[in-house]
Design a protein around this ligand. Structure first.
Ligand code: ZN
Ligand code: ZN
Ligand code: ZN
Length: 468
């Protein structure tokens, strides 16, 4: 309690309509000689906190992240926390130690604070200093993962059974089993659990999502129900948080029509830590931090610049060491699994893979070539209406065409501030609709007008994803 005598200023700056009360603060970069550690965790507080208590938690985090000098992304809701924290080895541990103490001061003996016990803190150490976030963002949200679902309609207590990686691994080899990827297709494009299929294990299912809210519509389809009927269900995501609500939703929807439902405790992140040879994992694990994505052989991730050819040759890997590349460049279809250049699908806005050669040719800015820059889903579904010509519906969950052209439109889109934003901005100015939630709106992808604050940070929206 002695060290933090100097007062720390936490500037609360508006992040525009999506996060009017978010806190953003630059962090001090790590020294080149220091290594970076990441702390990933989520925790649902049950029962949910009151709004006043959640506000208190946010204020505590504003101050505490400044004092511990960590960077990161913190989603803060009445239902709990979902965070990715970066800093030195001791900074991130200082953060978790302090978080454990929150809300414990006036508790009776034996009663624990909301984060004091049972939080699965995952640490990733010895990363290059460039893997640290350059700022910290504390974002008040209504759901830790935006499914558009309330606790009462899909209680977490009804979710799938948590299995540790080793138990989950064994389940993957059982028959009459399906394994549902609870991530977006652009994540699954570069890595997934399908190695078990070779040994007659669980059948891999991609719900073909552009964002988490698509899960509900996938689940409600008759063909989905037919596909998973009578099966043992395994679900997984990057760090586990997305499966919590998704597994409860699935159990609600399917009831006795499926066998037991399991979710991977700690997600892919933890599984890869426990299976250094990758187990049944293939390819790279897409992550929402500066590692970008990592494979079994390179836990530090691939984030940053693309290695030059010369450099690659120097440390030539043996075939055995060479990691499997599952993705393809969206333009030329060569093997490629790097999300660089911030390229987005022309028709739905999700990130697309574009190889270094194609990047230099700028197909996304070349008239007549723009449709080449589409994600795997849009190509598969024959979607041709530009994302900029779509209007979001149902407060950001769905999308519809603005005109009556015959071309197919994406059923849902990801909205970003950057990229093709200029044109969209103009269009939006023309037809401003007020969001019914106004400044209270916490939707991460709401693009209705929230008059009380203006959009201040163009393309920072994509950085808000925290999945741990
Ligand atoms: Zn290419
Ligand atoms: Zn697309
Ligand atoms: Zn809104």
């Amino acid at each position: 309690m002695s060290s933090s005598s100097s007062s720390t200023t936490t500037c609360s700056k508006s992040l525009g309509k999506w996060f009017p009360t978010a806190t953003v603060r630059k962090t001090i970069a790590l020294n080149p000689s220091e290594t970076c550690s990441l702390l990933l965790f989520y925790h649902y507080v049950r029962p949910s906190m009151s709004q006043a208590r959640a506000d208190h938690l946010k204020t505590f985090l504003d101050k505490m992240t400044a004092e511990t000098k960590v960077g990161g992304r913190l989603r803060c809701a009445q239902e709990g926390l979902n965070c990715t924290i970066s800093g030195t080895y001791s900074q991130v541990r200082d953060f978790s130690d302090r978080l454990k103490t929150w809300g414990t001061s006036s508790l009776p003996d034996g009663v624990k604070g909301p984060f004091e016990e049972g939080v699965d803190f995952k640490y990733v150490d010895s990363l290059p200093p460039s893997r640290a976030f350059k700022d910290v963002k504390v974002l008040p949200v209504t759901e830790l993962v935006f499914y558009g679902v309330s606790e009462s309609s899909a209680p977490l207590s009804n979710g799938g059974v948590h299995l540790q990686p080793k138990e989950y691994h064994e389940k993957m080899e059982e028959d009459n089993t399906v394994i549902i990827d609870v991530r977006n297709t652009y994540e699954a494009d570069i890595g997934k659990f399908n190695g078990q299929e070779k040994v007659g294990g669980a059948e891999y299912i991609d719900p073909k999502m552009r964002k988490s809210t698509d899960f509900k519509s996938w689940l409600s389809k008759e063909e989905t129900k037919e596909q998973i009927k009578g099966k043992q269900i395994l679900m997984y995501c990057t760090g586990g948080v997305r499966c919590e609500r998704a597994s409860a939703l699935l159990k609600n929807e399917m009831g006795d029509n499926v066998k037991d439902v399991y979710q991977l405790q700690g997600g892919i992140e933890k599984y890869i830590q426990e299976f250094p040879d990758g187990g049944h994992w293939r390819g790279k694990n897409f992550v929402f931090d500066k590692r970008e994505a990592f494979g079994v052989k390179s836990m530090e991730g691939v984030g940053g610049v693309v290695e030059g050819k010369k450099k690659k040759k120097k440390k030539k890997k043996t075939d055995e060491e060479e990691e499997e590349i599952l993705g393809n460049c969206c333009v030329c279809a060569q093997k490629w699994d790097r999300y660089i250049g911030k390229k987005k699908c022309y028709t739905c806005g999700v990130p697309v893979l574009m190889c270094d050669k194609c990047l230099t040719l700028k197909p996304d800015k070349t008239p007549g070539r723009k449709l080449e820059v589409r994600c795997t889903l849009c190509k598969e579904e024959g979607v041709e209406v530009p994302a900029a010509d779509l209007e979001l519906t149902a407060n950001g969950i769905g999308a519809v065409k603005k005109d009556s052209s015959q071309n197919a439109a994406a059923p849902s889109v990801l909205k970003w501030g950057g990229g093709q934003a200029k044109e969209k901005k103009e269009k939006r100015k023309m037809k401003r609709k007020m969001c019914k939630f106004g400044a209270e709106c916490t939707r991460t992808d709401c693009w209705f007008s929230h008059d009380t604050c203006k959009v201040t940070t163009g393309n920072s929206q994509k950085k808000f994803n925290v999945d741990s």
